[in-house]
Design a protein around this ligand. Structure first.
Ligand code: C2E
Ligand code: CA
Ligand code: CA
Length: 614
């Protein structure tokens, strides 16, 4: 037994042993050699390296001792580790501290003991290198020196091993979260692949998870908050797959890994059926969607997950990760906070996407981007009030609609430089029109802002610079934002909106009626215009119910001092209906399609009334 007072006095010196992973390690030649050297140098029949932690003591390498690793000399070693130098007991039988020691009374009848403590660089005691004899004796100065040198050797060796292990761990793990990294993940997937090839019916799944809006959160809080969020996410994911009884019951081994940034993966081994992977994906989403507290701020971190099932037909880890990634993009494209199972048709989409990304990088420089302008008219007079600028990409003669490339531009961040170009271009065009045609009130220009642009620090400086250069009044510029941009990160959004308002531009909520937020939750923001989504306008039939809803929205907006614009007006019937509910402005094919600059200019000169007998 460990003499209790011995360790109670110095608890902080003991207990570092677990850092070194010697406890259950197999015997080591290097340590055995050191024990052998100790017995040769000190010319004793017995030598050992012993280790101590709070609960036990044992011999790791031993020479001439009859027992195999059983902790028996705790009293000797326990005293040795309290020394900073060598402990020498010339005759244990004559020493009150050891007279009753079983190793003294019985086999191997130790009388002489000398132990050099193993002290780590930070002063922790790990054990000792000791020599023993059945006869009382002493050590020469050279022998004592040799024994201490050997003890230092052992400590150095252990430190070295530990550093090597740490390096090996660091190479395979992510420093921020401690999770396995891409390399280790790839390795594990390859294991699964090998098993799938050799075991019939073996299935596994790779879940590729990317946080929604992480960039926004990260940019709007300080960087350490972003790190904390990632750590929390890592914890949640690990906790979720570990404690999950759905997973536990079917006996999967799972591994959460971080690939970098806000990308995580979950590997599910030994799946019973594809449905299991979907269940896990759903659980992860549910778990993540619970609010987290980061520095006193409540944050909801939803994610998009792509799921791919691997089996004997799967090619490689890289391939599986790419497929899961492609499925994840689908989930993101569908609005996030969901999972999508990979299907091979997505392959093409992924390569096409890459191609788009590459071409898009050069599109501005090559002058391939153009703006079209769709008239916005007064519902009552049908007079032209302004234009919405809509982006087009002339990619080698083929015209691309925004839906085909804006998502890529947003994901890659290319939307920021492109967005700047749009603002400059649209403002220059409006200034030109102002010079050419005078109208009262002056024509306005409405520009779409994407989420990324909205959080771009350069947005406001660039806007005011452009207004100055084009000599436009800020009020003639209108910016369109979707509800989700505003409501997803309300405090940050409020700040930007307030600054924009101060600049003097008009602010519009785009696509209203498609999102989840209600007008009542938008009312506290400084907004001027409500644009009712096309889908909402199209679904309005002259039935009293839906008209009532439309009327209620318009009235509420008016109460909040907002103008209402109806989008996607395609028929005279829709236009008439919108007029009866007192919707202020309209936009849609019924009035005019988006026009190129030349056609829009012609329209201005023509001074046409739009939507009449079209
Ligand atoms: P949005 O802001 O809702 O723009 C209105 C979309 O409806 C335009 O599609 C327009 O061509 C279309 N549209 C207008 N009237 C009608 C109609 O009567 N019937 C039908 N069926 N469609 C009509 P477009 O140009 O393809 O733009 C799609 C979306 O791409 C836009 O939706 C907007 O969210 C985004 N977008 C367009 N230009 C830009 C831009 O410069 N910057 C950013 N960030 N996004 C843009
Ligand atoms: Ca718009
Ligand atoms: Ca819209």
């Amino acid at each position: 037994m460990i003499p209790a007072p011995l360790f109670d006095n110095e608890p902080e010196r003991i207990g570092a042993l677990n850092r070194y992973e010697v406890a259950d390690a197999p015997p080591e030649i290097a340590l055995d050699d050191i024990a052998l050297l100790a017995s040769r140098i000190c010319q004793t029949p017995m030598a050992a390296i012993s280790f101590v932690d709070q609960n036990r003591q044992w011999f790791k390498s031993q020479i001439g001792l009859p027992m195999s690793g059983t902790p028996r000399d705790i009293a000797f070693c326990g005293h040795a580790i309290l020394q900073s130098e060598l402990l020498v007991i010339p005759d244990a039988r004559a020493d009150g501290r050891f007279q009753d020691n079983p190793l003294v009374i019985g086999e191997p009848h130790i009388r002489f003991y000398a132990g050099a403590p193993l002290i780590t660089p930070d002063g922790m005691a790990l054990g000792s290198v000791c020599v023993m004899d059945t006869a009382a004796r002493s050590l020469s100065a050279e022998q004592a020196e040799g024994l201490q040198a050997l003890a230092r050797q052992v400590t150095t060796l252990l430190e070295l091993r530990r550093t090597q292990r740490q390096l090996a761990h660091a190479a395979l793990h992510d420093a921020l979260t401690g999770l396995p990294n891409r390399m280790l993940l790839t390795n594990r997937i390859e294991h699964c692949l090998a098993r799938a090839k050799s075991r019939k019916g073996y299935l596994f799944a790779v879940l590729f998870l990317d946080l929604d809006r992480f960039k926004v959160i990260n940019d709007s809080m300080d960087h350490s908050a972003g790190d904390k969020l990632l750590q929390k996410v890592a914890e949640r994911l690990s906790g979720c797959v570990r404690s999950g009884d759905t997973i536990g019951r079917s006996g999967h081994t799972v591994a959460v890994a971080r690939l970098g940034g806000d990308e995580f993966t979950v590997l599910l081994e030994d799946l019973r059926a594809g449905q299991n992977a979907a269940d896990v994906a759903q659980r992860l989403l549910t778990e993540l969607a619970k609010p987290m507290d980061i520095d006193g701020q409540e944050i909801v971190a939803t994610a998009s997950i792509g799921v791919v099932i691997g089996g004997a037909q799967a090619e490689s880890a890289t391939q599986l990760l790419r497929d899961a990634d492609a499925a994840m993009y689908r989930a993101k494209g569908a609005g996030g906070n969901r999972y999508v199972m990979f299907d091979p048709a997505m392959h093409l989409a992924a390569t096409e996407r890459m191609q788009i990304e590459n071409d898009l990088r050069n599109a501005v420089a090559r002058g391939q981007l153009v703006l079209h302008y769709q008239p916005i008219v007064c519902m009552k007079t049908r007079k032209l009030l302004g234009f919405e600028a809509l982006l087009r990409w002339n990619r080698d003669g083929k015209i691309f609609r925004p839906s085909q490339f804006i998502p890529v531009a947003e994901e890659t961040g290319l939307i920021v430089p492109i967005g700047r170009w749009i603002i400059t271009q649209a403002c220059q065009q409006l200034a030109e029109w102002h010079k050419a045609v005078s109208s009262a009130p002056p024509l306005f220009m409405s520009i779409n802002l994407s989420r990324r642009q909205f959080v771009d620090r350069e947005l406001i400086p660039h806007l005011s610079q452009t207004l100055k250069e084009t000599a436009l009044e800020a009020k003639d510029l209108q910016l369109e934002l979707t509800e989700s941009i505003i409501s997803n990160d309300a405090p940050a959004a409020r700040m930007v909106l307030t600054r924009l308002k101060k600049l003097g531009v008009q602010l519009a909520v785009d696509d209203f009626g498609t999102g989840y937020s209600s007008l009542s939750c938008l009312h506290s923001f400084p907004l001027d215009v409500l644009k009712i989504d096309r889908a909402f306008v199209t679904s309005q039939r002259a039935c009293s119910d839906t008209v009532a809803v439309l009327k209620a929205i318009v009235d509420l907006a008016h109460n909040l001092k907002m103008r209402v614009v109806a989008e996607g007006v395609e028929t005279a019937e829709q236009a008439a209906l919108l007029e009866t509910v007192e919707c202020n402005e309209g936009q849609g094919y019924f009035f005019a399609k988006p026009l190129n600059a030349q056609a829009a200019t012609a329209l201005l000169w023509g001074n046409t009334v739009l939507g009449e007998a079209a």
